[in-house]
Design a protein around this ligand. Sequence first.
Ligand code: HEC
Ligand code: HEC
Ligand code: HEC
Ligand code: HEC
Ligand code: HEC
Ligand code: HEC
Ligand code: HEC
Ligand code: HEC
Ligand code: HEC
Length: 336
Amino acid sequence: MAKRFFILLSVALAVLSLALAGCESLKRAEPIVPVKEYEKMIAGRFDANYVGTGNCLKACHFHDKIRQDFEASTMGAQMSGRTGMPIVDCESCHGPGSLAIEGLTEEGVKADAREGKQTECDYDTFIDIENLPAPALSLICLKCHTANATFNLHNWNAGSHAVNDVSCSDCHKVHAGPDLVVKPRDTFQMCYGCHLDVKAEFSLPNHHPVPEGKITCVDCHDTHSTTEDELLRMDSIKATCTQCHAEKEGPFVFEHAGQTEECISCHHQHGSVNSYMLVQSEPFLCLQCHTGHPHNTGVTFDAEQKAASYTRCTDCHTSIHGTDIPSPGGGGRFIQ
Ligand code: HEC
Ligand code: HEC
Ligand code: HEC
Ligand code: HEC
Ligand code: HEC
Ligand code: HEC
Ligand code: HEC
Ligand code: HEC
Ligand code: HEC
């Protein structure tokens, strides 16, 4: 009995030690990317220290314009350190700079100046911003712009911009000037840069007055992403449209079935060749879903009306979005 127990025990121990050996080999597995390399992508060289913008740029005039613009921006204004905000300076994004200026001496800088030369620092020791993959480049910004600090970035990671490798600095050009935020009225120009198909839609004869500056892309879209499809700010198409076209909201006694929910079953959201930005001209628009007249409506039409009823349906069905007034036949035919 006892012998059998010991055999069982030793088998169990053997299995256990094999399993543990498995774990051991897991522990020894080589990482896909050495963790240091990964961290370095967004944090910079670990053997370097922060030296402060003053020291970085003391003898450097290459970057005068960049510095002036940056100090004039809202973000740069935080550099004073008196604001209680996280310190933002050149090194916050470019990585610690001590190695870059390591070899530089007062005498060397003066000697260069005498020869009319600008002393250069060692750029290679900074984060390789130009070659970072988009998600890593955005992480540099997200170090400070957490969802708590910049509220509308809550859904950033799930949005189609982040998912499709668009980074923060594709839209916010940190060094293009002191103004880091794209002014709503200027957004369309910036968006056109990537969305050529949308640009084409807004140049059709009938379009929402975005190029005219009356409304903006960001009235309807949240470019930082939302939980809605197509980056819409509102939670449905109808809600998007009735922000401004409130009179179409209803509810009406006679609704145009579920159609008014989906304004875009009849209208293009950006622009179209047809009047009122209709996706098709009348009567074809209506004939997609209805058969033409005359039907058995209990109403008689003369010859002229018969012809008319195949041209512009809304000549008679004037309240096409819905109405509270019944038609003569007692139904909701949207004729007034
Ligand atoms: C908020 C992050 C951020 C800060 C702070 C920042 N930069 Fe940059 N910098 C970038 C990014 C991103 C790029 C890549 C090019 C671009 O998107 O403009 C860049 C590019 C550069 C370049 C090379 C490209 C060019 O425009 O010539 C230089 C030089 C530069 N930065 C210097 C500085 C200096 C000097 C400071 C401090 C006054 C500074 N940066 C602060 C993010 C930053
Ligand atoms: C070290 C922290 C830090 C980093 C890194 C950082 N920011 Fe900022 N940023 C701030 C602070 C602080 C402000 C000012 C307060 C605010 O608007 O939230 C600011 C403001 C901004 C603003 C608004 C400016 C305005 O006029 O209202 C934009 C846009 C912006 N940052 C973009 C970026 C981008 C793009 C990056 C990455 C390339 C970045 N930031 C990286 C801290 C940072
Ligand atoms: C597709 C273009 C686009 C991208 C990508 C983008 N932004 Fe913006 N951002 C805008 C526009 C447009 C505005 C101003 C209009 C608005 O509020 O929607 C803005 C506003 C801001 C503001 C100032 C207003 C506020 O909400 O506080 C900050 C800060 C900001 N963005 C940071 C970022 C950061 C950080 C990232 C990357 C994680 C980023 N943005 C990515 C277009 C973009
Ligand atoms: C740097 C290029 C770039 C810029 C600038 C840019 N976008 Fe985009 N955008 C993309 C890419 C890439 C996608 C994903 C692929 C696609 O749907 O075209 C996308 C997707 C979208 C979508 C969602 C489409 C979907 O199917 O979910 C909307 C809406 C949108 N962008 C609006 C805007 C607006 C508004 C602006 C200006 C504030 C803007 N974008 C600026 C590149 C850009
Ligand atoms: C009046 C509101 C409104 C305005 C203004 C607007 N959009 Fe849209 N956009 C929409 C709606 C609604 C959809 C979704 C259509 C759908 O679900 O089929 C959409 C879809 C999109 C899409 C994805 C599908 C497509 O058409 O390619 C992109 C990209 C886009 N918009 C970019 C932009 C840009 C860029 C601007 C500014 C130049 C802009 N939008 C202005 C309402 C608007
Ligand atoms: C931010 C406000 C705003 C939003 C949101 C908006 N519109 Fe408009 N819409 C306008 C303005 C402004 C005009 C131009 C009116 C004018 O020129 O008299 C317009 C014009 C129109 C027209 C053409 C009217 C005409 O007389 O030619 C139609 C149709 C229309 N919008 C439908 C929609 C639909 C569908 C949506 C939702 C996808 C929508 N709108 C969302 C502001 C808006
Ligand atoms: C069944 C098709 C259909 C649907 C759905 C529809 N519309 Fe229309 N809409 C039209 C037609 C057709 C016209 C042109 C009316 C005319 O010729 O008198 C029009 C005209 C308009 C106009 C300009 C003239 C006016 O009456 O102010 C606006 C704005 C408008 N629609 C907004 C909307 C909005 C917002 C929605 C969604 C809530 C919507 N439409 C849904 C067919 C539709
Ligand atoms: C995308 C499909 C669609 C389009 C486009 C459309 N409708 Fe409709 N329409 C419907 C549906 C669905 C109903 C509800 C059907 C029902 O109750 O029998 C309806 C109901 C109606 C009714 C009331 C019918 C009844 O029996 O009460 C009239 C009148 C009407 N539509 C006219 C039009 C006109 C005119 C147009 C063009 C401007 C149009 N519709 C475009 C889908 C559409
Ligand atoms: C000359 C005026 C006129 C024109 C044009 C017209 N209709 Fe009508 N339509 C009416 C009248 C009147 C009724 C019946 C109203 C009632 O029930 O009291 C009606 C009823 C309808 C109905 C309800 C049908 C049913 O069987 O009860 C539909 C659907 C409809 N029209 C669609 C259309 C479409 C689609 C067009 C364009 C191809 C169109 N109408 C053009 C006047 C017109």
